[in-house]
Write a protein that binds this ligand. Structure first.
Ligand SMILES: Cc1cc2nc3c(=O)[nH]c(=O)nc-3n(C[C@H](O)[C@H](O)[C@H](O)COP(=O)(O)OP(=O)(O)OC[C@H]3O[C@@H](n4cnc5c(N)ncnc54)[C@H](O)[C@@H]3O)c2cc1C
Length: 321
């Protein structure tokens, strides 16, 4: 019987593990992929928008060469934290079900069954991309994750989206020799890092990156795509579509666990903001999963504190008087 089982070894799941360990609880972190699986899947050359001190967990210093760390530095940091603190983590083991039994939970994974008095769900939102829902989306040339620009050298690519990820993909692939067209649903660019935005605006203004605003794709075929623009439908030649349209939490899994979601399209999971406890007693949410469809509300910087709140609440609940 564990005191606490933590689902997900992202930065916030690890932060929960650190707090649980500090408080002397028996705990296990169960992760379906590699350590910090989401960060591992980030673009090869990405730089965090946060400075390294704001990505620290458990008060353990994160040193990086520049103020804002890059992906390898972040992977190194979280590996070192897990190692140096001797965190109990099972990797490549997926949690598939959560059942209440008397005063504890039975947690089913792809490899075992565990019993835990408390469960923390820290599963992030990077596993389910927002789909375009148009013909041709299932072609292998359509990608919802981007890794490296070299692959797109001399290729005609369409980048869908107006925020940070789309901006980074458009600029990086353009600089490595791709012919880039952006398709942007809104009338203007969206939330883009202040040091990136002018670069993209200037490339669009000079025409080296083409951009269709207030436009969307209507169909994708092997060698071309159809775009609905304000002045009518056009077809352009195309080799790859990079749909940087964001991601959403695994709502199906949350519902299967028994977590209530708000009935509107935001699908905010139910939890108490002070204790992070959900509608299920002794089951907590931590990290970016808390935002429902509002995936921009929470990030590492401001959700690290969830770990402290949860463990403090468990301590208060279990304190012997
Ligand atoms: C490109 C990009 C750049 C970002 N840059 C920043 C930044 O600069 N600063 C910042 O503060 N935030 C940033 N964010 C946001 C935030 O960092 C990430 O979303 C962060 O990973 C959130 O941490 P988390 O632990 O809540 O979730 P995640 O890191 O997504 O961790 C969730 C973990 O749960 C695992 N998991 C999921 N389902 C299961 C299951 N059923 N069983 C077991 N394990 C499961 C996943 O594999 C994953 O490892 C960025 C996000 C993106 C996409």
């Amino acid at each position: 019987m564990l005191d606490i089982l933590i689902i997900g070894a992202g930065p916030i799941g690890l932060a929960c593990g650190l707090e649980a360990k500090k408080a002397g609880y028996s705990y296990l972190i169960v992760e379906k992929g590699c350590l910090v699986n989401s960060l591992y899947k980030y673009p090869l050359n990405m730089t965090f928008f946060s400075t390294s001190d704001r990505l620290e967990i458990g008060g353990i210093p994160f040193a990086s060469i520049q103020a804002k760390p890059n992906r390898p530095e972040a992977l190194e940091y979280y590996r070192r934290v897990a190692d140096s603190q001797g965190l109990n983590i099972n990797l490549f083991e997926e949690v598939t079900a959560l059942e209440p039994v008397q005063d504890y939970y039975q947690v089913q994974t792809s490899k075992a069954v565990y019993q835990a008095r408390h469960v923390i769900i820290a599963i992030g939102f990077y596993d389910a991309p927002n789909l375009l829902d148009i013909p041709g989306e299932d072609l292998p040339k359509v990608r919802h994750y981007y890794f490296d620009p070299h692959f797109y050298y001399k290729q005609k690519i369409v980048v869908i989206g107006a925020n940070n990820s789309a901006a980074d993909v458009a600029l990086e692939t353009f600089r490595k020799g791709a012919d880039v067209t952006m398709i942007i649903r809104e009338a203007e660019l969206g939330r883009i890092k202040y040091w990136t935005k002018p670069d993209l605006e200037n490339r669009i203004a000079e025409g080296s990156i083409k951009a269709y605003f207030q436009s969307h794709l209507t169909a994708i075929r092997e060698n071309e795509v159809d775009i609905q623009t304000p002045t009518g439908q056009i077809t352009i030649p195309n080799n790859y579509v990079l749909a940087m349209t964001g991601y959403q939490p695994q709502f199906g899994l949350l519902q299967k666990f028994g977590i209530n979601l708000s009935p509107d399209f935001k699908r905010h999971p139910q939890y108490h903001p002070e204790t992070m406890e959900t509608n299920l007693e002794n089951v907590f949410l931590a990290g970016v999963i808390c935002g429902g469809m509002d995936t921009h509300i929470w990030f590492i910087e401001n959700s690290r504190e969830h770990a402290v709140k949860i463990i403090r609440h468990i301590q208060e609940q279990t304190r012997v008087v």
